[in-house]
Design a protein around this ligand. Structure first.
Ligand code: NAD
Length: 347
């Protein structure tokens, strides 16, 4: 099948070329991010392949359908950037990578926690300038501290497992309690209890209408003054304006953000020679206790191989008319938000 791959970085090309070797699929690559302006590039293709910041909105879907595009392959787990209702209406199938190495994101989250707590981002710069003072670099032992994990699905469960090794006490909040997490000693509590009692809070939820701005001025007010907040999920789970107000009040000792509400204009682009217009982002990165990374938590060799192999398998399954649980529908998305038992699950 002929596929146009949007947002194709050099590593995207490498991973998909490797995974599609020996198949009859033809993959063409474009650096462009998918928008109304770049949708016409898909003329002549039956399928397109997108990433997190490609904007698959109503207008784009109508454009794609008019060019004969039948399939959208997402190289990610989240489908929040696709209007699934309109995809269905236009007869376009959407497939995603339901899971790939959850260790990639969980381990990156731990890296953010340790960096913020032990101020490694600051000591790295200090030493380069010949400043060996320790003032301002004081951290705390993770051992014995309480970490609140919001969302104990694939990534949250791995994170809980890693943090028990540090001797942390884990509190969690999720619509569906994980049997695995309970067996390793995770205690499920209400969201407000978790926010009040945790030294570190980490978000591992999908972006849905229910989780949009879940972290806002009211929920931030419940957190301890010197707590650390980490978001490696989706930017819009946190209300950035509210977060900035809290930081300006000298509350929260550290904030780690791998994702940002308006990241699509910035992330995965080299903007070194440009002036960034986004004042909110500029304010955010100005705080010494805020660590911002450009949506890189997934970026390990293992995760990329999983993503590429599943993407090519999705394409092959679609072409062969084989049912795939990686097909995403609006109905499925709603069902995923209904609590259900997780008895018998494995990590
Ligand atoms: P998952 O589906 O395995 O787990 C998500 C958990 O959130 C589930 O246990 C679910 O019950 C819970 N949940 C959903 N809605 C909820 C709500 N309203 N209240 C409480 N709990 C709720 O997903 P995962 O694989 O662990 O990934 C989590 C998120 O991480 C993804 O949705 C994605 O946004 C993000 N992610 C980020 C990166 C990155 O590179 N930064 C990479 C992969 C995934």
């Amino acid at each position: 099948m002929k596929v146009l791959v949007y947002s194709a970085t050099p590593y995207t090309r490498d991973m998909l070329d490797r995974a599609s070797k020996g198949t009859k699929h033809r993959l063409d690559y474009s650096d462009a991010t998918l928008t109304e302006l770049t949708a016409p590039l898909a003329q002549g293709y039956e399928a397109i392949c997108c990433f997190v910041d490609d904007d698959v909105n109503t207008l784009v879907l109508y454009q794609l359908a008019s060019y004969g595009v039948k399939l959208i392959l997402l190289r990610c787990t989240g489908s929040n950037n696709v209007n699934l209702e309109v995809a269905k209406e236009t007869g376009i199938t959407v497939m995603r990578v339901a899971s790939y190495s959850p260790h990639s994101v969980a381990e990156f989250t731990v890296a953010m926690m340790l960096t913020l707590n032990r101020k490694l981002h600051r000591s790295y710069n200090r030493v380069k300038e010949g400043n060996f003072l320790l003032d301002g670099l004081l951290g705390f032992d993770l051992n014995g501290k309480t970490v609140g994990i919001i969302g104990t699905g694939k990534i949250g469960s791995v994170l809980a497992h890693i943090l028990t090794g540090f001797g942390c006490k884990i509190l969690s909040y999720d619509l569906m309690e994980s049997t695995y997490c309970r067996t390793i000693g995770v205690k499920y509590v209400s969201l407000s209890e978790l926010l009040q009692q945790s030294n570190i809070v980490s978000l591992h939820l999908p972006l849905t209408p229910d989780t949009f701005h879940l972290i806002n001025k009211d929920t931030l007010a419940l957190m301890q003054d010197n707590a650390i907040l980490i978001n490696t999920s989706r930017g819009a789970i946190v209300n950035t304006a509210d977060l900035i107000s809290v930081l300006k009040q000298r509350r929260l000792s550290g904030v780690g953000l791998d994702v940002y509400e308006e990241e699509s204009e910035l992330y995965y682009h080299d903007l070194r020679d440009q002036i960034i217009d986004d004042d909110t982002f500029a304010r955010l990165i100005s705080f010494p206790n805020v660590l911002v990374t450009g949506h890189q938590a997934f970026f390990t060799r293992e995760a990329l191989d999983d993503i590429a192999e599943t993407t090519i398998k999705n394409l092959t399954d679609y072409e062969a008319g084989v049912y795939s649980s990686n097909t995403v529908t609006q109905e499925q998305k709603i069902e995923q938000q209904i609590p259900a038992s997780r008895e018998g699950e494995a990590l």
